[in-house]
Design a protein around this ligand. Structure first.
Ligand SMILES: Nc1ncnc2c1ncn2[C@@H]1O[C@H](COP(=O)(O)OP(=O)(O)OP(=O)(O)O)[C@@H](O)[C@H]1O
Ligand SMILES: [Mg+2]
Length: 419
């Protein structure tokens, strides 16, 4: 993805309208080089018009040796021969005027074509991001809320590229939770299993102001049936080649898509609350994950609404489920308000106790990454050899309280329960 260096928010915002979705904005040269320090595969750096000529030249000069495969595109309010000569000497590939947004966009396309050609000849190793799945067999326990907040926490202040995929394909809420209005969704990837690459998937994603990229659920519930397991696998593999973390929000069911996603999962966050039906279903789900060999040793229990005085404490939960509680999030009006305002708590109140708790979980997950990178690369990303999938689990309890038009008891869905 391109990086835009410009300290003027208004000028940066104008340029971002023509730059590819997911362009990363930095406001200082130091931040630019810190970002690049983590990535060897950016294809373009755009030097915005509010940089002084001297600053732009110095940056381009440093980039020439630090990142020779990235094209430097310099955008100026006015271009004269003096600027052009200096730019040429500093290794700038293109100089375009800020008012000519079509040319800015064309310069980026040329930069991408050049980078792709160079990459083809150097066969750079593919990135392999980690897949983090937020799962619970129960509806309404906070999966979506935790997915978006964890996604933002995993960005670690812009250090990591993170996307959230809404795999609650019938009733996904990620877009509305972030107040996004996607023009495309997973539905538009249907049929693309065999010819998918990141350029294609990128077009389907919607950027959030935080930098988080979102692959939204279909707008119509019936599209779910056409999202095959093979498509989910291909999508996740494509996203892993570009993002450091791919966060999956899921439906409260072991449906085909969720089972496939669990197959690809590195870390599974299991969300539970302090009520007996949820705990019972989480217990059943854990046993199913055991049979599947999913993310063994990489499961993290998130106890949401953990402060509620209902006669069950976290110690009892640990006893029932046979695993430690990794993180507790209390019931908080601020969380509900943040959801309703479309601005996740992690952004609106990063120092809120719940934000801190989720940040700590994100830190643990990032620690896993460091350990995994230090260790020899295991086959199947650390998962145990997977026994064949068990037969679908029939509905364990008919607790669905959704309106009839939102319910789905279709034969392919192995729902355990929903609210
Ligand atoms: N700790 C909390 N404190 C207060 N409200 C919360 C908390 N966690 C979640 N909520 C609220 O509960 C509601 C349900 O949360 P969310 O949509 O994240 O659940 P879900 O598990 O994704 O549900 P579904 O299964 O229907 O997709 C939302 O309005 C959310 O703001
Ligand atoms: Mg949800």
């Amino acid at each position: 993805m391109p990086i835009l260096l410009d300290a003027d928010p208004a000028k940066a915002a104008a340029l971002l309208t023509v730059l590819p979705a997911g362009t990363h904005l930095v406001d200082t040269q130091d931040r630019l080089f810190n970002w690049l320090g983590h990535r060897g595969d950016e294809y373009a750096v755009v030097l915005g018009p509010s940089l002084s000529v001297a600053e732009a030249m110095e940056t381009a000069d440093r980039l020439r040796t630090a990142m020779p495969t990235a094209s430097v595109v310099m955008v100026r309010d006015t271009v004269d021969t003096e600027v052009l000569t200096k730019a040429m000497h500093a290794g700038v590939r293109e100089v375009v005027t800020a008012s000519d947004l079509v040319q800015v966009n064309a310069a980026l396309q040329r930069a991408h074509a050049l980078w792709a050609a160079l990459r083809g000849s150097t066969s750079a190793p593919a990135r392999l991001g980690r897949v983090i799945t937020i799962f619970s067999p129960k509806g309404g326990v906070g999966k979506t809320t935790m997915s978006v907040n964890l996604g933002i926490a995993l960005m670690n202040g812009g250090e990591n590229r993170v996307c959230v995929v809404d795999l609650d394909l019938a009733f996904g809420d990620i877009a509305i939770t972030l107040q996004l209005f996607p023009t495309h969704s997973i539905e538009h990837a249907i049929g693309g299993e065999d010819s998918m690459d990141y350029t294609f998937v990128e077009e389907l994603m919607t950027p959030h102001e935080s930098g988080l990229m979102v692959l939204a659920a279909p707008s119509q519930p019936d599209a779910r049936e056409r999202v095959t397991g093979a498509l989910v696998t291909r999508l996740l593999q494509t996203l892993q080649s570009h993002f450091d973390y791919v966060v999956l929000d899921t439906a409260p069911a072991f449906d085909e898509q969720t089972l496939t996603a669990l197959d690809e999962t590195d870390d599974c966050i299991i969300v539970a609350t302090l009520d007996v039906p949820t705990l019972k279903n989480v217990k059943v789900a854990l046993e199913t994950l055991d049979v599947l060999g999913v993310a063994e040793g990489h499961r993290h229990l998130l106890l949401n609404r953990a402060d509620e005085q209902v006669g069950i404490g976290s110690d009892k939960v640990e006893g029932i489920l046979g695993m430690n509680v990794a993180v507790q999030v209390a019931t908080s009006l601020d969380i509900a308000k943040a959801t309703n305002a479309g601005r996740p708590l992690m952004l609106s109140s990063p120092s809120h106790p719940s934000s801190k708790a989720l940040k700590a979980l994100a830190d643990t997950l990032m620690g896993h990454t460091a350990a995994a990178q230090a260790a020899p690369v295991p086959a199947q990303k650390g998962r145990a050899p997977k026994p064949s999938r068990p037969e679908p689990v029939p509905a364990a309890e008919p607790t669905d309280s959704k309106p009839a038009d939102k319910r789905d008891d279709g034969p392919k869905r192995f729902r355990i329960s929903r609210r």
